[in-house]
Design a protein around this ligand. Structure first.
Ligand code: K1U
Ligand code: ZN
Length: 205
């Protein structure tokens, strides 16, 4: 377990000599400060919370981002919203390029969709908070969004494909919405029953 981001692959901040470079994401961490936090699994009322804006992008938020990335990699995910680890703040992390030992960790703070296409696209979605359930979800094929990066600088992104899908999926989490909420009533109740059964089995040990 590691924590406290002090540098990142963009190279804007130099890594200090005491830092360890995490080979999975190219981030430099101060040993002993970063944490893998458990991902909350549905049904759980904490996943229904509406996340609030980050007021200032400071070291506390950068540590949250570092913990979220570590938790996402540990769980083999490609995205994670802060509310999934019990922090209802508008923070998302993502890495869609996890292959061949290379990584591209991204953070989206206070993300907001500025534009969405009328054209729709269907992708098979999964969720670390809805384990073992995958289903096709239709969403706008392309979006443009604004967000703050880890330095608190406003950025814009134009997204299509998996990035557009993942951003919309994670931004749903910030509103307390799960991808299964987009399914038909029947499919959703089947998914919820599966989740409840899995939870009962887990609680029974
Ligand atoms: O829980 C989450 O919100 C993250 C979620 C993101 C996502 C995936 C697919 C479509 C939309 C959004 C995941 O990371 S689910 C896990 C996953 O994608 C995966 C796990 C193992 C192997 C390959 C993919
Ligand atoms: Zn999810």
């Amino acid at each position: 377990m590691l924590a406290g981001i002090i540098g990142h692959p963009g190279g804007h901040k130099p890594c200090e000599s005491a830092a360890i470079l995490d080979p999975r994401n190219g981030l430099a961490y101060l040993p002993g400060t970063m944490a893998v936090r458990p991902v909350i699994v549905a049904p759980d009322p904490r996943l229904k919370l509406v996340s609030t804006d980050v007021e200032k992008v400071d070291d506390e938020i950068r540590t949250l981002v570092a913990d979220m990335l570590e938790s996402m990699y540990e769980a083999d995910g490609i995205g994670l919203a802060a509310v999934q680890i019990g922090v209802p703040k508008r923070v998302i992390v993502m890495d869609l390029d996890q292959k061949d030992g290379k990584n591209n960790p991204r953070a989206f703070i206070n993300p907001k969709i500025l534009w969405a296409s009328d054209e729709m696209a269907t992708f098979e979605e999964g969720c670390l908070s809805v384990p073992e359930i995958w289903d096709e979800i239709e969403r706008p094929a392309r979006i443009r969004a604004e967000f703050l990066d880890r330095e608190g600088v406003r950025q814009e992104v134009e997204a299509d494909g998996l990035l557009a899908t993942c951003l919309q999926h994670e931004m749903d989490h910030l509103q307390g919405v799960l991808f299964i909420d987009h399914l038909s009533k029947l499919k959703r109740s089947i998914a919820l029953r599966k989740l409840q059964k899995a939870k009962r089995l887990k609680d029974a040990g």
